[in-house]
Write a protein that binds this ligand. Structure first.
Ligand SMILES: Nc1ncnc2c1ncn2[C@@H]1O[C@H](COP(=O)(O)OP(=O)(O)OP(=O)(O)O)[C@@H](O)[C@H]1O
Length: 267
């Protein structure tokens, strides 16, 4: 079986005189959790937007399984298996949880050429089964008929994640998925990420919670000033002098000594 992989090759994005993303190379393979960290303004969101197709690079390419998808629209990328969740959950607030998942599932299974012609060969039965299985495996069955707009943040984030899973991603891009979650919810969420990666999905996670990223990721990219300053296994990146100086400076600024715990402490 070939492994799916998302690649950034020499990506550059400039805003006037500012280079927000500066010749970034990144590889996010199937079955691996890749973390992206960096202080405010480092270029994480811009890189994320280049990968999802929301923004176009000035230079460089985005490859999915070696195909050049740089010019491809986000919705087409999603049907190719590159699925994203949003910083602000993008559920339909007046639909039930199950119907939100159905939309996620149908998006993936719609015919490439004939979005309006209905579902492709796999059909509605398959999609309904997928929704019920996903609700069950994420412990959301009791919420299936709840109107999404009435859910608290923790449940909302889980449903957003469930909807992305229903699109059967090869690679899942998660933008701040843990924001607004309490400690217990974050711990449960990281277990869910691990299970999803073990099931073969590649995950790229951008989150301000560096402890979460260091504890859950298999590999981490650290950005500063638009550039990748360190990459590799979490321990290596955490010990990198540039990364340490940036985060320790932030911690000192916030009088916060919990930043950059050892990965095993953060687990
Ligand atoms: N649309 C835009 N127009 C002009 N400058 C922009 C735009 N988007 C981002 N920038 C600038 O590009 C740089 C990188 O921003 P970006 O949002 O990608 O960083 P970030 O690492 O995601 O930061 P944060 O953690 O605060 O979200 C910043 O200096 C930002 O001000």
């Amino acid at each position: 079986m070939s492994r799916h992989v998302l690649q950034a090759v020499g990506l550059v994005r400039r805003y006037g005189g500012l280079t927000a993303v500066d010749h970034v190379d990144l590889v996010a393979p199937q079955g691996v959790i890749t973390g992206l960290i960096g202080p405010n303004g480092a270029g994480k969101s811009t890189l994320f937007s280049l990968l999802t197709g929301v923004e176009q690079p000035d230079e460089g390419k985005v490859l999915l399984d070696k195909s050049d998808i740089t010019k491809m629209r986000p919705d087409i990328r999603s049907r190719r298996g590159l699925v994203q969740t949003f910083q602000v959950p993008s559920l339909f607030p007046t639909l039930t949880v199950a119907d939100n998942l159905l939309v996620g599932a149908e998006n993936r299974h719609r015919d490439y050429a004939g979005g309006l012609l209905g579902l492709a060969s796999k059909g509605r039965g398959h999609v309904s089964r997928l929704v019920e299985e996903t609700l069950g495996s994420l412990g959301l069955s009791d919420l299936r008929d709840t109107i999404a707009g009435t859910l608290p943040t923790g449940a909302l984030r889980l449903v957003e994640f469930a909807r992305a899973l229903c699109a059967q991603p090869d690679i899942l891009l998660l933008d701040e998925p843990a924001s607004g979650l309490d400690n217990d919810e974050t711990a449960r969420f990281s277990q869910l990420l691990r299970r999803t990666a073990d099931d073969g999905v590649g995950i790229l996670i951008v989150d301000h919670d560096v402890d979460l990223v260091f504890s859950v990721a298999d590999q981490v990219y650290a950005m500063v000033g638009g550039r990748v300053v360190a990459s590799g296994d979490p321990g290596h990146v955490r010990d990198d002098p540039t990364v340490r100086s940036v985060y320790l400076a932030q911690a000192a600024h916030r009088h916060d000594e919990t930043v950059l715990k050892q990965p095993q402490e953060a687990r």
